[in-house]
Design a protein around this ligand. Sequence first.
Ligand SMILES: [Zn+2]
Length: 248
Amino acid sequence: MVELTEQERIRYDRQMLLRGWGEEAQRKVKAARVALAGVGGLGSPVALYLAAAGVGFIRIIDHDIVNLSNLNRQIAHWGTDLGRPKVESAAMKLTQLNSEVKIDAVNEVITPDTAKDLFRDVDVVLDCLDSLGTRMLVNSECVRRRIPFIYTAVYGMEGYMTSIVPGKGPCLRCIYPHDSASSDKFPVLGTTPGVMGCLEATEALKYVTGIGTLAIGRMVVYDGERMQFDSVTLKRSPACRACRGSVE
Ligand SMILES: [Zn+2]
């Protein structure tokens, strides 16, 4: 197991005071390898908080460049980054925040082919995407490899989050059996991916440390307009074409 340096003991002092955390959990965080599918509205807070918490290896995957219309919500990208690849822009901020963290910036489209390599060597995958089609692709790859996949989606002032742990609950295809056309442009208030990205990063840190209870088989629903959180029970579909046969 990796050791902590004196600097790290100071940097992570406050989270190591958490019940059950201490040095042992922090060493698990340092040894953890995570992948972020997308580094836009959700990926920005997720990446920043995971880097701040000391996750040892963070792979960020995105093929977009920073546009002016991204800046109301994609807080890892700033006015000085317009026209730069998002992974490059985010990698710079994350390294400045915490140079102890290894950032693997991958400027690629996620396809059935690239997915095989992108998620091969990580402990958990975080969904920071905006298309259901790509999410299903990542879901299938994670189910196949039995890697946890934290699903998160936002729309306007609403957000949805559930932790998919293969073998322990429903997968994304169980929840959304049918493909739907995703529209290119939908409303988003910047704070919505901020709220949901924080929930998502919390789940990833809980998974990595083994602390707390994950939202498996449960969709956490955030309604920013009413300022209300709800939890909806989800069931695995025995006929699911993605995870059928993969559950004990
Ligand atoms: Zn399924």
